[in-house]
Structure formats: structure tokens, C-alpha cells
Write a protein that binds this ligand. Structure first.
Ligand SMILES: [Zn+2]
Length: 142
């Protein structure tokens, strides 16, 4: 398992910082957010430290969403947001944030832009890179 001794979430996983655990699996830990923006606001973290989602092993990624699903069901939230941050200290935390009203829960600013059709089509070329990457991966002996 990848760990960062300076990461608060790694310290929570190791039990050096206490948490109110909700669910724990071999690869993930869910616990109550101590600064919730709505009742039931919870965090789900992989036990593998990674600053960015694409740095996580696939088995950690596969484990974390079913845990998030169980947390959502447990909160009883009928509307909610899932927030995931990427960055140096992110540790790939998933926030489950119930949205019981317009005033409670996650508030998101969404600065829309108006790109040209050509700019939007450039995004489609990214998928061709993914196909090349997957083809290369399939050629690696397992
Ligand atoms: Zn960490």
C-alpha cells in the first residue's frame, strides 16, 4: 500500500488520527466528515495514497464506489452530490454530501464557457489516445 507520512488521511487509515468509521473494507474506509456541509456528509477514502485519481490502482477504484453507494443508502439521502478532488494533498477522497435543501449541502459554481465546435471536437480526439493506450496495455504479458 502506498502511504504518505504527512497525509492526514493516511494517518486516519493507520489510526493515528481518530475517525468515526462507517464502513471499512480491505481497500477503503468510510467515515463521518467532522466539518459537514449537510447532515450525513461522509468521506470515503482508498487505503492506497494517491494524489490523483488516475494514479490509483484499478482494484482500489473498483472498491470505493460500492462503499460510497452503501454510505448513500445509509444516509437515506434522496438527493446528494459525490465530490472527488485531485491534487497534492487530495488522497482521493470521495465526499458523499446529502442535499436536503437548496440551502444545505454542496454549492457548486459552474463557470460555463462557449467553445467553438472545433474546440469541442478536439476532446473527441482524446478518446483515440485512450484506445492506443488500451491496445498497448493489452500487449503487456500478465
Ligand atoms: Zn494519504
Amino acid at each position: 500500500m502506498s502511504r504518505d507520512p504527512n497525509c492526514i488521511f493516511c494517518k486516519i487509515i493507520e489510526g493515528k488520527i481518530p475517525s468515526m468509521k462507517l464502513i471499512e473494507t480491505e481497500k477503503s474506509l468510510a467515515f463521518v466528515d467532522i466539518g459537514p456541509c449537510a447532515p450525513g456528509h461522509s468521506l470515503i477514502i482508498p487505503k492506497y495514497h494517491a494524489a490523483k485519481m488516475h494514479e490509483l490502482p484499478d482494484d482500489s477504484l473498483a472498491d470505493i464506489l460500492p462503499v460510497a453507494k452503501k454510505v448513500v443508502i445509509a444516509t437515506g439521502a434522496t438527493e446528494y452530490n459525490i465530490l472527488q478532488n485531485n491534487g497534492r494533498m487530495a488522497h482521493q477522497v470521495l465526499h458523499v454530501i446529502p442535499k436536503p435543501s437548496q440551502e444545505q449541502g454542496l454549492v457548486v459554481g459552474w463557470p460555463s464557457t462557449k467553445p467553438s465546435k472545433e474546440e469541442l471536437q478536439k476532446v473527441c480526439t482524446f478518446t483515440s489516445h485512450i484506445q492506443v493506450y488500451e491496445k498497448l496495455l493489452s500487449q503487456i504479458p500478465k
